[in-house]
Ligand binder design. Structure first.
Ligand SMILES: *Cc1c(COP(=O)(O)O)cnc(C)c1O
Length: 817
């Protein structure tokens, strides 16, 4: 086969012809009257043809090189839209623009037709997608594995100020990017029981019998490298019923009952669980996790056997990265396959497991550390519970040997908690892996010293850090073409694959002409966002104000409430003194709350109430605006982040594992106001203390403050501005018709010890905002700091992060050109 090349995409006439052909024959549609979604789909299928050719060539080179591969297992991927990513990564932007114009459309308008693939909640899923991009671009042999949910994360609407959730039926109109690969489907089993027997050699063996089953069908989504020559994929599974329906029930006349079991089994890949941090412990969720794991291990082992390799060399060929504990049942599943199906002995099987798996921890929130009731796990996966109990028994025997008589240690380290009868998935992941990593320096330290100190002492060297990263392809090159062009004009295009090159911008911070061009680029993005906000919410915002942005999932620890307190304080100051010397400001807040998260939803309602009051105040019209942006998602982030002046990263220190939003903003020249939490610490080290606004308690101070029994009341009484802001919220100033609406938020604060320490950090936050105002009033100094932020972001490229995983955890070399 001829190696396809990027030149193929410069043949505009051929591309236009392909688009027409796809609309007519493949999509079975008419060209007239012209419909933008139809033309988007035609373009998408034309790009897909070209991608598939290159993907096949890449897969051949993997087999030729017999190289070790990494499998990135994740319950979530958050790729967003694909069209512009394919177009920019494959260098076909010009060609596509021209072809689109010839057909009567702009490429940007066609791109807007695409629905986001929202197969994740937030940071964790987006990280997985950034890593896919880097794996492709670095030419690391590897694949993502996940679930193709019919319904992704819900669509958020704001109705009367409240969040409303709508089902995200993202594939209703088909998706050109999802490629069915029915030939590699597998049966996945549940329920039944474990049965002991003696094999021909007289060895005690086990088999899993009387099971129910579903079929896992694979679909691939292709991920091209920047520059185009290399294409990898993520393989996502959908559930199909193993039998059309139960014939026995049907013959007895129970057609609906027969269909019921088919529907039930297809439920498995129906919907993504919309919880960001806390977990729910529902049987369907456990089935989803096992479904991903079982189908993926089958696929890995099929591929391994195809190369004629034995299990002895398994971990020399295969690395499996567990993205959080969600796929941890893989440890038990691989043991089951090796023991019950491949007939290996325990020690050999266990050795293979531990060499193969590595585990990334993403949270220290106690409510988010995943545990499963042993009886539920035993009902759904009886053989796995048996294996976990045996892993636990052997592990605790080792611990007891090294720490005789230390019952407390055994209790703390046990995989199955004897008191609650729950399986601690993090412990299983730690014991079953050769490396465990946190996602920022601070977070990894907290894991070692606070969350898992017994394990760290027991397994010296197992715990490590890989600070998260983001892909510069999507988050600068694609999302911010104006700034990217400016950067490339001055330092050339290599920063796109070598982000450290941005350092060459540093001297330009002192160049007045460059600063002016930098401001112009930012202003273009702010105008683009203003048009978007007007279109989406009917609110006009002024691009010549300070754009202060906080977009991320709604969560108490992320402290959107602290942001509100600052807004109310600024509002009060401006009402008292209309001539106050502060820059006019537009505060933009966006984020989804988990549907069952009462407090997060109440905070959204508070933001919309404050926004309505502030925006209705004509006297303040030109000084302060507040906008809640509905439905924060990747495609919205791509519009919001390049336009931000100020990035709010204000979580309670010690609670945000890393954050990646913080990196996207700084990369696009926003200055951060934030606490010393997650990767903010490393961002500060990189950009310099004078180019970031750091405030508030540190992680150890947070711990000490809580341990001393923090009482917010004296703090509130001693701070008139804080007291007034809280009083206004509490007495219904922003919702006169419902004066008690925000009482639960205040009660939490006043009577439950203000766990997230909003009042403790309030004054420091306001002072940091004062410093923001002062610097913004000096545009040259602000711009210089903005340039210095971008220039320092090389370290936060996901290429750096993925290379660290490859070298220190996976033991995989990138393939050469
Ligand atoms: C980057 C990103 C996140 C993560 O943001 P944090 O501020 O790190 O929590 C969440 N959602 C979307 C859509 C993102 O792009």
């Amino acid at each position: 086969m001829r190696q396809p090349s990027v030149e193929d995409f410069h043949d505009i006439a051929a591309l236009g012809e392909d688009i027409r052909r796809h609309i007519l024959s493949n999509l079975g549609n008419d060209l007239y009257p012209p419909d933008p979604f139809r033309y988007y789909s035609g373009l998408a299928y034309s790009i897909r043809d070209r991608l598939i050719k290159m993907w096949l060539a890449t897969q051949t080179s993997y087999y030729d090189s017999m190289s070790k591969r990494v499998y990135y297992l994740s319950m979530e991927f958050l790729p967003g839209r694909f069209l512009m990513n394919y177009v920019t990564n494959m260098g076909m932007e010009e060609g596509c623009r021209e072809a689109a114009t010839k057909l009567g459309y702009s490429l940007d308008d066609l791109a807007e037709e695409e629905r986001d693939a929202g197969l994740g909640n937030g940071g964790l899923g987006r990280l997985a997608s950034c890593y896919m991009d880097s794996i492709a671009t670095l030419r690391i042999p590897g694949y993502g594995y996940g679930i193709l949910y019919d319904y992704g994360l819900f669509h958020q609407k704001i109705v009367d100020g409240w969040q409303e959730e709508q089902a995200d039926n993202w594939r209703r109109h088909g998706s050109a990017w999802v490629i069915d690969r029915v030939e590699h489907h597998y049966e996945v089993r549940f329920h039944g029981r474990s049965e002991a027997y003696t094999d021909a050699k007289g060895t005690q063996r086990y088999r899993w019998v009387d099971t129910d089953s579903v079929v896992a069908m694979p679909c691939d989504i292709l991920i091209p490298a920047h520059g185009g020559r290399h294409v990898t994929n993520m393989r996502l599974w959908t559930a199909a019923s193993s039998t059309g329906f139960s014939l026995r029930d049907f013959n007895q006349g129970d057609f609906l009952g027969a269909m019921q079991s088919k529907i039930l089994s297809e439920n498995i890949s129906k919907v993504l669980y919309p919880n960001d941090e806390p977990i729910q412990g529902k049987e369907l969720r456990l089935k989803q996790q096992y479904f991903l794991v079982a189908a993926t291990l089958r696929d890995i082992i099929r591929r391994h056997k195809k190369t004629g390799s034995t299990f002895e060399g398994f971990s020399d060929q295969v690395a499996i990265q567990l993205n959080d504990t969600h796929p941890t049942i893989a440890v038990a599943e691989l043991m089951r396959i090796l023991l019950d199906e491949e007939m290996l002995g325990w020690d050999e099987a266990w050795d293979i497991c531990r060499r193969t798996f590595a585990y990334t921890n993403h949270t220290v929130l106690p409510e988010a550390l995943e545990t499963w009731p042993a009886d539920l796990l035993g009902r759904v996966l009886p053989r796995h519970l048996e294996l976990i109990a045996e892993i636990d028994r052997r592990f605790l025997a080792e611990v007891a040997l090294r720490h005789p008589g230390d019952a407390g240690k055994l209790e703390r380290m046990a995989i199955i908690d004897r008191n609650s009868c729950r399986v601690r998935m993090a412990h299983l992941a730690i014991v079953g892996s050769h490396k465990v990593n946190g996602v920022a320096k601070l977070h990894s330290d907290i894991l070692r010293h606070k969350v898992f100190p017994d394990f760290d002492a027991f397994y010296p060297g197992k715990f490590t850090n890989v600070t998260n990263g983001i892909t510069p392809r999507r988050w600068l090159n694609q999302a911010n073409p104006t700034l990217s062009r400016l950067i490339t004009e001055h330092i050339g295009p290599d920063w796109v694959t070598d982000l450290d090159r941005l350092r060459e911008l540093l001297p330009l911070a002192d160049d007045a002409a460059f600063r002016s061009a930098w401001r112009t680029a930012k202003r273009e993005n702010k105008k683009r966002l203003a048009r978007y906000v007007l279109r989406k919410s009917g609110i006009g915002i002024n691009p010549d104000t300070l754009f202060d942005v906080q977009v991320k999932r709604m969560h108490e620890y992320k402290r959107q409430f602290l942001n509100v307190l600052h807004i109310v304080t600024l509002y009060n100051r401006l009402r008292q003194n209309p001539d106050l010397a502060v820059p006019p400001r537009t505060v933009l807040i966006g984020g989804k709350a988990a549907p069952g998260y009462f407090m997060a939803k109440r905070i959204i309602r508070l933001i919309t109430a404050v926004a309505a009051t502030v925006n209705a105040d004509d006297a303040l019209r030109s000084r302060l605006r507040v906008v809640f942006l509905p439905n924060y998602c990747v495609s919205q982030a791509e519009k919001v982040i390049p336009a931000a002046d100020l990035s709010q990263q204000i979580s309670t220190a010690g609670m945000e594992a890393s954050g990646t939003g913080n990196m996207k903003f700084a990369l696009n020249g926003a200055l951060t106001i934030g606490t010393l939490d997650g990767a903010n610490v490393e961002i500060m080290e990189a950009v310099g203390r004078e180019n970031i606004f750091i405030f508030g308690l540190t992680a150890p101070e947070v711990e000490a403050t809580r341990a001393a029994g923090y009482n917010p009341i004296p703090r509130i009484e001693a701070d008139a501005e804080l007291a007034e802001a809280l009083d206004m919220i509490g007495r219904g100033f922003f919702t006169p018709d419902e004066p008690d609406l925000f009482r639960p938020i205040l009660d939490n604060l006043r009577h439950n010890g203000d766990y997230y320490l909003v009042t403790a950090d309030y004054r420091a936050c306001i002072e940091a905002q004062d410093a923001v105002n002062a610097l913004y009033l000096d545009p040259e100094a602000w711009t210089a700091a903005s340039i210095r932020n971008t220039a320092a972001m090389g370290y936060f490229s996901s290429d750096r992060a993925v290379l660290e995983y490859a070298q220190n955890i996976w033991d995989i070399e990138p393939l050469g050109e």
